[in-house]
Design a protein around this ligand. Structure first.
Ligand code: AHR
Length: 499
């Protein structure tokens, strides 16, 4: 059997995991909102029309922050269309997705939904067709207590207490030619800086995310990031990263997405650090990886000018879930810099949760690794020193066959190791050395694998791709665990009192 060795030492600390690493994203796009989270005619709808079957699955993922309302949508969105009596709200054309937006859901309803599912919002302001002044008005409406035009309007609309939104995005992917009113780095940097000033004057306690490159394949990357940060460095708290991967024919390249994601993070961090030195700042810029996932972007269809069309409804396979797990490891391994991340997206649109209009709800294959890492990848992230064979890729060179990450939760004395085995032909004997922890017992080994890499969960076969718990082979210090070929694994340990 092939072998891999992994050392996890409690002193090899990366950082405390910020729970915001497990954020997600709901955009006014396709059926994410309408017939996704909101469907008043649905059998499970609550008094506000929110689907409770969907809320239950969102709660089970323990998502601490959710980005809203876009995405590309936000760059042509007038947030005031979504407030006040629903009957008076305009139907508008959404230029980003060529859809019709009914505006039945707006910021007030989204905040109510967030409270119900136990999360906090991450609001985006429109810096495409919108102005810094509009951003300030939205800020005043949401966070200013009372006694001004916009704050009193919020109260009149039924929300006495401020929404108190902690994190805000300064637009979305403003480098993209597809963006409604995209800008050059220089122009966006200035606009974002002026919006940031107004927003922080109104509420100095907020955190702001400035748009970095929308992908490393942009020709302006990473120069865009440098220019934008030079304009905004002292006014913002995070720079954003977005990255999606798809299987373009080579399973090896696709599996190695985690390595490419790692390089992307390191480059943006280096660019931010260069600007830090250049502007003589004492602050280290945090990274917000606020869009990441597998997305079959080339296979997308468009349904022009429909209301809540079924678009971007990717169905995820076991292979997608494996790649997705590797990406989660990369986020955890960089959580000293990536302090926040959003799985894009949450419901129906490239999402772990999939609904039928007027019907059932389904957990897609990617639901499970996300849930495992969101629930157990908390506490202190530890550097895993893993030695394994490597595999060849045409895009990223040789990449280690076993990708790992680990966390230690001092509160309950548990250690969790995540491991993706990319070996296509062989199981791997994986030795874990937990040398510094003293006496430790293994409590759980959960695997996602299977004979069909392309199996997917469907309403007829909802359990085609689910994790399985395997029997634990007990050991003391030197755990030898079999990682099946092409598998995602969660290994859990607990500290035991020494004799
Ligand atoms: O998540 C789907 C889209 O991907 C978002 O609207 C946009 O920001 C990105 O290009």
């Amino acid at each position: 059997m092939k072998k891999a060795q992994c050392i996890v030492d409690k002193d090899y600390i990366i950082a405390e995991v910020d729970p915001k690493l497990y954020g997600s994203f709901i955009e006014h796009l396709g059926r994410a909102v309408y017939t996704g989270i909101y469907e008043p005619e649905h059998a499970t709808a609550d008094e506000q029309g929110f689907r409770q079957d969907v809320m239950d699955l969102v709660r089970d993922l323990s998502v601490p922050i959710i980005r809203y309302p876009g995405g590309n949508f936000v760059s042509g969105y007038n947030w005031t269309d979504g407030i006040g009596p629903v009957a008076d709200r305009p139907r508008r054309l959404d230029y980003a997705w060529l859809s019709v937006e009914s505006n039945k859901i707006g910021i007030d309803e989204f905040i109510d939904w967030c409270k119900k599912v136990g999360t906090q919002p991450m609001a985006a302001v429109n810096l495409g067709t919108g102005s810094p002044q509009d951003a300030g008005y939205m800020m005043e409406y949401c966070n200013y207590p009372a006694g001004t035009y916009w704050s009193d309007l919020r109260i009149k609309n039924g929300h006495e207490a401020p929404h108190d939104i902690r994190v805000w995005c300064l637009g979305n992917e403003m480098d993209g030619p597809w963006q409604t009113c995209g800008l050059s780095a220089e122009d966006y940097g200035k606009k974002a800086r002026e919006a940031a000033k107004i927003m922080k004057w109104i509420d100095p306690s907020i955190e702001l995310v400035v748009c970095g490159s929308s992908s490393p394949w942009m020709v302006t990357y990473p120069e865009w990031d440098r220019v934008v940060l030079e304009q905004t460095y002292e006014h913002v708290d995070y720079i954003s990263l977005h990255r999606y991967y798809e299987n373009e024919g080579s399973v090896e390249n696709f599996l190695a997405s985690f390595a490419d994601m790692n390089d992307f993070i390191k480059t943006v961090a280096a660019t931010a650090d260069y600007v830090k030195a250049k502007v003589r700042s004492k602050k280290t810029m945090k990274l917000s990886f606020d869009e990441w996932n597998v997305w079959y972007i080339k296979k997308q269809i468009r349904v022009p000018w429909a209301e809540a069309p079924a678009i971007l409804e990717d169905q995820y396979s076991l292979l997608d879930a494996l790649v997705f797990g590797g990406m989660l490891c990369t986020l955890l391994n960089n959580c000293d810099r990536v302090r926040m991340a959003c799985l894009a997206q949450l419901v129906n649109v490239i999402a772990p949760i999939f609904t039928e209009k007027d019907g059932r709800v389904l957990k897609q294959a990617i639901y499970y690794p996300f849930q495992q890492v969101s629930l157990y990848g908390r506490g202190t992230a530890l550097k895993t020193l893993t030695k394994s064979a490597s595999f060849a890729t045409t895009l990223y060179g040789d990449v280690p066959s076993v990708q790992t990450s680990a966390t230690y939760n001092a509160e309950d004395g548990t250690i969790t190791v995540f491991a993706l085995n990319c070996d296509m032909t062989d199981d791997v004997e994986f030795s874990i050395d937990l040398r510094s922890f003293g006496s430790v017992k293994m409590t759980e080994h959960i695997i996602m694998d299977g004979p069909d890499l392309f199996a997917q969960n469907t309403f007829d076969m909802p359990d085609a791709v689910i994790p399985k718990t395997v029997a634990i082979v007990d050991g003391d210090r030197d755990f030898k665990i079999s990682l099946p070929k092409l598998s995602w694994n969660m290994l859990r340990f607990v500290l035991t009192p020494s004799l």
